[in-house]
Design a protein around this ligand. Structure first.
Ligand code: FES
Length: 113
């Protein structure tokens, strides 16, 4: 299935200014709510709605293992894979990011929820 790439920042510097290290930001891209996280290993993107009961992961905290901790029941999701760390619920979807000369882009599948 084809991915569509959407520019979310003009460049990496702007992204870092708006989303400091270990912080998250809620983005709305093509009708989807995305949690953009700035980890020690760079930017990652994960679905914003927690797969447990739907709280907003962008209001959670990033821990030292590069997991986002849901603000509601503290389930933890690996920010690289979206895996829920204790097998209590579904994994979260993750989305590819690309830094290009003209900006930071996110790739969304046309039919991805
Ligand atoms: S809603 Fe996220 S852990 Fe329950």
């Amino acid at each position: 299935m084809e991915k569509t790439w959407h520019k979310i920042f003009e460049n990496e510097t702007e992204a870092k200014a708006q989303v400091p290290l270990r912080q998250t930001k809620l983005l709305a891209v093509a009708g989807k709510e995305i949690c953009l996280a700035h980890t020690a290993a760079g930017f990652v993107a994960i679905q914003d709605a927690c797969p447990h009961l739907g709280s907003s992961l962008s209001r959670g905290k990033i821990n030292y293992l590069n997991e986002v901790v849901c603000p509601w029941h503290s389930y933890r999701y690996d920010l690289r894979s979206g895996k829920e760390c204790d097998y209590r619920t579904r994994n979260a979807k993750t989305y590819p990011l690309e830094i290009r000369e003209d900006g930071l882009y996110i790739g969304l599948l046309e039919k991805q929820e």
